[in-house]
Design a binder for this molecule. Structure first.
Ligand SMILES: *[C@@H]1O[C@H](CO)[C@@H](O)[C@H](O)[C@H]1NC(C)=O
Ligand SMILES: *[C@@H]1O[C@H](CO)[C@@H](O)[C@H](O)[C@H]1NC(C)=O
Length: 250
């Protein structure tokens, strides 16, 4: 080959290899690209397309661990907090002390990541005994974006209600933990009483929100990491869903 032909041939070869690597579309499979599969799985969880689930997929443990302990989770929560505040600033408060915002506690105001780190980030079936032992320590740190939102809502004039799936027997440790984490001056802490024990979170939380509405509160906003914190009836004008790929509560 002369040099022109040689060059043409080389260009042809590089064109072929370019096309072949560009044109082949390979669907990500669970085993080949766990990172991408697990991102899709997380999105499906957050949108509730997964529905009820009790364990994260075994091959997503590393991905969920990385997400929960990395910058992304923090940033995702910050974005939720910022949208919540934007909405809150647009609410015309009546100023009669009846403008309310409802917060869930676990994975909303307080982070149990130190506990979940020790139990495979949700890859193990939920163990109530060991979780309650962790709650007793009152050692859960604040979720930073929620702590800022909490304070800003108070400054705007909202009354803050804490509505948690934790039980009455955990009232003192929960208060101690909230204070330790920097939360102050909430209006009321609502925990599951003896008659709430067997209710789904959706039913229990809806009932409690309805009681607030019956007392004359206007629930403008509600923040939670579970759809069961947010939907049902007597829902807030706006609900804000924080991410949680570690567990699902019906
Ligand atoms: C649940 O946790 C408790 C306390 O850590 C432990 O004794 C028990 O064996 C655990 N149960 C299961 C099913 O793992
Ligand atoms: C909770 O704290 C209150 C007052 O601080 C105390 O009277 C009560 O005995 C405590 N309850 C439990 C279950 O520790």
């Amino acid at each position: 080959m002369d040099s022109v032909a040689q060059l043409t041939f080389i260009i042809f070869l590089s064109w072929i290899s370019h096309v072949s690597s560009e044109a082949i579309i390979r669907l990500p499979s669970e085993n080949e690209i766990p990172g991408e599969y697990c991102d899709s799985w997380r999105l499906a969880v957050e949108t509730n397309n997964v529905g009820a689930w009790n364990q994260i997929p075994a091959n997503c443990v590393d991905s969920v661990a990385e997400y929960m302990t990395g910058e992304r989770y923090k940033r995702d929560c910050e974005v939720v907090g910022k949208f919540s505040l934007k909405f809150a600033k647009r609410v015309a408060l009546a100023g009669d002390g009846r403008d309310a915002w409802v917060f869930d506690i676990d994975e909303t105001l307080l982070s149990n990541v130190p506990y979940y780190k020790a139990v495979g980030f949700g890859s193990e079936i939920f163990n109530e005994t060991s979780f309650n032992n962790w709650v007793k320590l009152a050692d859960a740190p604040a979720m930073p974006s929620s702590l800022s939102l909490f304070k800003e809502l108070q400054e705007l004039g909202f009354k803050i209600f804490l509505l948690t799936g934790r039980s009455e027997f955990q009232r003192n440790v929960t208060e101690a933990n909230l204070l330790f984490a920097g939360y102050r001056n909430w209006e009321r802490l609502i925990l599951r009483g003896p008659f709430d024990q067997r209710k789904s979170a959706t039913d229990y939380k809806s009932e409690k929100r309805e009681e607030l509405v019956n007392e004359g509160y206007r629930i403008h906003g509600n923040s939670g990491d579970q759809w069961s914190d947010l939907w049902g009836y007597s829902v807030a004008s706006r609900s804000f869903k924080l991410p949680n790929p570690m567990y699902f509560i019906p």
